[in-house]
Structure formats: structure tokens, C-alpha cells
Design a protein around this ligand. Structure first.
Ligand code: SF4
Length: 353
């Protein structure tokens, strides 16, 4: 391993930020891939041991979206032959959640297509959360309903949601290439609303959409500014019938270097292997587990993932273990970073100036 990678791992273990130059070298430098993976894997093992957190997606409402995100099979004008349906019943969602929990999922992600929820949608989701919690009281519920309006994040939090997910997807500079109906800033605003309401912020990316390495770094650094607790890393699933349907630009090496970069940028944050891992990482999925500490189990929104039994085998074969419900995902040390103020105004001690 080169001095650069050893030093990078050491700095990441101390939670020191990467420079742009460091980040670009991880993506495009001449360091051997296996050395890059080994360096980032040190960081993953330090903060998360051998644990893999499993998450599952329930697509509550599929297709028929008025937005035009170019990667999405549910977008306006998509002719992908996906399932299209309106809201599923809360009982049906609770059944899916219970079987995913029995299969090892610690988090259930309730997702619905659309620009953002209306009042009736929020009521449906509140009811669904209640049903899921009746059967599986310990499961983490993450909600992903698009752009949030005033007061909606508070309602979801009060209903028992743990997290809100809204990906930034790509860099601000590249955003207009993939979507014209909302902006990067709209997405940032929703993430801030969710965090302000006390929901755990989840926000990630999709790679393989024509972005440059500078875009990858810009996005990683923009996400870092938002201080998410979880960061899903998707690789484009190029659905036929969407504008990006013909785009197959990723290699397993590119995916692994991106995951390594995200581990260095988010040393103690949940980095999740998400959509597209099977088709882009292919035989290298086990190596990816040395970088990500979390993954989706089962199917995605509109495409099928590999069988759950294969995922559990993959985890065991690579020497990892599924994280239990009672285990904390984020390392304790991260919480120690918050030091309650005991000096300055309101105390007898001098301020920290
Ligand atoms: S990503 Fe979401 S907002 Fe964009 S088209 Fe798909 S469902 Fe609609």
C-alpha cells in the first residue's frame, strides 16, 4: 500500500476531511484498486466491525410521476414496462415489512413516487407506520415521499418515522442534465426540513449518469455538508424507456473506487450499497462489503434485486454478520463528538474565545 493510502486511512480514522486532490486520486489515481479497497476497508472495520445492516424497500405507490428525473422508470413519459399502481393498503405494507424483518431487515423504507406528498398521503403513511409498528415495534422506518412542505416532516416524526430519505443524486452542476422539474436546491431544502424536524437524514447518490470525477467529488462534499446519518450509493439501472436507458458506463472498478471514496469522506456514517449493485459490481459485490456497512435486501422500487438468500450467503461468505435489531448502527464514538457546552454564557467559566 502506498504512503498516500496509508496516510489517507489514518486521517479518515481521525475523521479529518479529504482534499479535492485526495478524492480525485482515489477515483482516478494509479494506486492499485486492491490497495485502495484495503485502505478504505480499514476505516470501515474500525467504525463498523464486520456488521452489515440490512434495509428493505416497500414501494407504496409506483409509476405515474409528474416529474422528469431522467434515470427514473416512474418518470413523466417513461415507457418502461414497470408495475404501476396507486397507494397500497397499510395492512399490505405491514405484511411486507414483517416478512422483511423476519429475513433480517433492520430498516424498512416506505417510498412513493411523486413530486411530494399531499395531506391525504401523509395521513396514509401515518396509518401505515402505525400498522408496521404494531407488528414490528423495533424496526426503523424511513420515509421517502419526495419534496416536503411545511409541517410534513414533523407529522412523520410524530407518527414514529425514524428517518427521511431524499437523495441529492448528482452534483449541483450536473443536476440540470438529469431533471428539469425540480432543482438540486429543492432537494437540499427537503433534507434540511427533515433534519430540523428530528428525522435522521438519509441522502445519497446515483452514479453512471454521465457525471465526471469532479461531479462525484462535488456531490460527496455537498452531501458531507448536510451531515447525513446514512448515504445510499446507487449505480444507474438503465431502464429501457427512459432517457438514460442506453447508458452502461460503469465498471466494477469504478464502482469500488466510488465506494472507497465515500468511505473516506463518510468514515463513521452508514454507507449503503443500493440499487444497481448486482449488475455493475457483478462478481465484486463481496469486495464492496469491505467498504459499505449496509445494503438493501430484496427488490428495488421497480426492478428485482438478487434473491435474499443469495445476499445472506454473500454476507456470510465474505466473513460479515447481519446487524441485529438491538445493535446501534452508527459508532458510539460519533456521538461522543457532541460536547455539551459548560462554559461561557450562563456559567461562571470564561467563553471559548
Ligand atoms: S425519482 Fe421520484 S420525483 Fe423523480 S421521476 Fe422518479 S418518482 Fe418522480
Amino acid at each position: 500500500m502506498t504512503d498516500f493510502l496509508s496516510e489517507l486511512a489514518a486521517r479518515s480514522l481521525r475523521r479529518e476531511p479529504l482534499t479535492r486532490e485526495d478524492a480525485l486520486r482515489v477515483l482516478d489515481g494509479e494506486d492499485e484498486l486492491i490497495d485502495v479497497v484495503a485502505a478504505a476497508a480499514r476505516v470501515r472495520r474500525h467504525f463498523f466491525g464486520r456488521r452489515v445492516k440490512l434495509n428493505t424497500i416497500i414501494n407504496m405507490k409506483s409509476g405515474l410521476c409528474p416529474e422528469d428525473c431522467g434515470y427514473c422508470s416512474q418518470r413523466l413519459g417513461s415507457v418502461s414496462e414497470i408495475l404501476k399502481y396507486s397507494w397500497i393498503d397499510p395492512d399490505q405494507a405491514a405484511e411486507h415489512a414483517a416478512s422483511a424483518v423476519a429475513a433480517g431487515a433492520k430498516r424498512v423504507c416506505l417510498v412513493a413516487s411523486g413530486r411530494g406528498p399531499g395531506d391525504r398521503d401523509i395521513r396514509r403513511v401515518e396509518h401505515t407506520i402505525e400498522k408496521i409498528k404494531d407488528d414490528s415495534p423495533d424496526v426503523e422506518i424511513c420515509v421517502c415521499l419526495g419534496l416536503l412542505g411545511d409541517g410534513q416532516a414533523d407529522r412523520l416524526r410524530e407518527a414514529g418515522a425514524h428517518a427521511y430519505s431524499h437523495n441529492l443524486n448528482t452534483s449541483e452542476a450536473h443536476y440540470r442534465e438529469i431533471c428539469s422539474t425540480h432543482t438540486f436546491a429543492d432537494r437540499v431544502d427537503t433534507l434540511r426540513r427533515a433534519a430540523h424536524a428530528g428525522l435522521s437524514p438519509c441522502s445519497g447518490a446515483i452514479f453512471g449518469m454521465g457525471e465526471t470525477s469532479d461531479d462525484v467529488v462535488d456531490l460527496a462534499f455537498a452531501l458531507r455538508e448536510l451531515d447525513p446519518d446514512s448515504v445510499p450509493v446507487n449505480f444507474l439501472i438503465p431502464f429501457q424507456g427512459t432517457p438514460l436507458g442506453g447508458r452502461w458506463e460503469l465498471t466494477p472498478e469504478r464502482c469500488l473506487r466510488i465506494l472507497a471514496l465515500f468511505r473516506f469522506v463518510f468514515p463513521d456514517v452508514e454507507v449503503r450499497l443500493a440499487g444497481g449493485r448486482e449488475i455493475h459490481l457483478r462478481g465484486q459485490q463481496a469486495l464492496a462489503l469491505h467498504l459499505a456497512n449496509s445494503m438493501f435486501l430484496g427488490d428495488y422500487l421497480t426492478s428485482e434485486g438478487q434473491p435474499g438468500a443469495d445476499d445472506r450467503q454473500l454476507i456470510a461468505d465474505a466473513g460479515f454478520v447481519i446487524e441485529g435489531t438491538g445493535e446501534r448502527t452508527l459508532p458510539d464514538a460519533r456521538h461522543d463528538l457532541v460536547a455539551l457546552r459548560r462554559r461561557g454564557a450562563g456559567t461562571d467559566l470564561p467563553a471559548n474565545a
